[in-house]
Design a protein around this ligand. Structure first.
Ligand code: GUN
Ligand code: ZN
Length: 449
């Protein structure tokens, strides 16, 4: 990977340091009160050189090291942390979000497969890519793992816009060669060739990375799943993303289409699609053997709570997935447009409720870790993003726990209790709580303009 994407400064203004309350993780908190893996500096600063974090520490130590005329953004009452990471989102569904009245298979047919056809038009894809990146940045998300439409041009549009802004995206064109409208079907051979060309064009160019993207087992023939496996074998650094075990009708359909496989997960396993760079959205209704397959292969299960509640899909079982006897790696994601918010804060709030309905809690520290370092680890990118440490990209988000009257009112009772403040942010926060977002040390969003 290149050190810095030279286009990072386009549009924004570059800063030499960001000052505020520094918050970052070095490891996952085991529960409430576990601060051993937490860096928290009340008046701290992040020094930025060439788009990367050069130093993090007390403002009184960092600021004197800056050159004369250095640009410092000071956010006195706000938390400065690593930019959020969304591990599963659909860029062609920005105008599918909030579609009424259906569950997964009907929703795909009635809304999603109609909308995704518009991405044959390069102009529509480019316009949507601009909106999509604006919206991610307004919500403090600096890296996302993104599904395109079946059209290779959709992935080109997204990568080009991300590159222009200096953001690092992991994305791929959807592969789907059956059970979809004619206009949205590729073939095993064209999906292979188009994906390969996109990998050659984009994977490792600046910050961009490719994800081989078979939509799910229902919309790919065996030949196409085989082609997806071949792409992964031939390009070892790329990711893989797909959907798994989201909805009972979906699971029954997979059983019918693949009667000789032991399970939905076993289908993907047969084609070599499991592994440490493989991301499976939803993973709600898995049996024990499927969880073992995911665990042994190092695959990642992404919880998409706003989507799972909105579509009535079911409740992710975090405790069971993380059973120490065969732990499955987990991540958190919006799944827009099945999901109902671009905000990872809102997503964490809904994750808390899903986990409550399973009889457990999601501590605030664990949730904030998940949005940052936890998701970076799930992507194998913790040495680049997800924390405030020297050498990482200076992708930052600035959070304001008093962003709305209701938040400010609640905060009156909290004083300096950090975990309670974070819980307010995570439960009541959304784009209004994002005071600023930086990509490679360039201001990419600033609340109020
Ligand atoms: N399964 C297959 N395609 C999709 C999709 O676009 N969204 C969701 N939530 N599930 C899917
Ligand atoms: Zn999805």
């Amino acid at each position: 990977m290149d050190a810095i994407d030279r286009t990072a400064a386009v549009g924004g203004s570059r800063v030499d340091a960001v000052r505020g309350r520094i918050l970052s993780f070095t490891r996952r908190p085991e529960g409430p009160g576990d601060h051993a893996g937490l860096l928290h500096i009340q008046d701290g600063a992040v020094r930025i050189v060439d788009g990367r974090i050069a130093a993090v520490g007390e403002a009184s130590t960092i600021l004197p090291t800056l050159p004369p005329g250095a640009v410092i953004d000071h956010h006195p009452d706000a938390i400065v942390t690593a930019g959020f990471i969304d591990t599963h989102i659909h860029f062609p569904q920005t105008q599918v979000i909030a579609s009424y009245g259906t569950q997964l298979l009907d929703w795909l047919e009635r809304y999603t497969f109609v909308e995704e056809q518009r991405f044959a038009d390069a102009g529509h894809a480019a316009r949507t890519a601009r909106f999509f990146l604006d919206e991610l940045l307004r919500n403090g998300t600096t890296t996302a793992v993104v599904y395109g439409s079946v059209h290779p041009g959709s992935a080109d549009a997204l990568f080009a816009e991300a590159e222009r802004r200096g953001a690092g995206m992991i994305a791929g064109k959807v592969m789907m060669d059956r059970h979809a409208p004619d206009a949205l079907r590729d073939r095993a051979d064209t999906a292979y060739a188009d994906s390969k060309a996109l990998i050659e064009r984009w994977h490792g160019r600046g910050r961009q990375r490719y994800a081989v993207t078979p939509r799910f087992a229902i919309t790919s023939t065996e030949a196409q799943l085989e082609a997806a496996g071949a792409l992964l074998r031939e390009h070892p650094g790329v990711h893989m993303q797909t959907h798994l075990s989201e909805n009972p009708d979906e699971i029954a359909t997979v059983r019918r289409l693949f009667p000789d496989d032991a399970s939905y997960t076993a289908v993907y396993d047969r084609f070599g699609l499991l592994g440490p760079r493989s991301l499976f959205g939803h993973c709600i209704h898995l049996d024990e053997a499927e969880m073992r397959l995911l665990s042994e292969s190092g695959s990642v299960a992404s919880l998409c709570p706003t989507s799972n509640l909105f579509m009535g899909s079911g409740l992710f079982d975090l405790e069971r997935l993380e059973d120490p006897a065969r732990p499955v790696r987990t991540a958190l994601a919006t799944d827009v447009g099945g999901g109902t918010s671009y905000s990872m804060l809102r997503t964490a709030a809904e994750a808390y409720k899903v986990i409550q309905l399973r009889g457990r809690n999601l501590p605030a520290l664990r949730a904030l870790h998940w949005l940052t370092l936890g998701n970076a680890e799930a992507l194998g990118l913790a040495d680049e993003i997800g924390s405030l440490a020297p050498g990482r990209y200076a992708d930052l988000v600035v959070l304001d726990a008093r962003a709305t009257p209701a938040m400010a009112h609640r905060m009156e009772t909290i004083g300096d209790r950090l975990e309670d403040e974070l819980f307010v942010l995570l439960t009541l926060g959304d784009d209004r709580a994002v005071a600023a977002t930086y990509l490679q040390g360039t201001r990419a969003h600033s609340r109020g303009g």
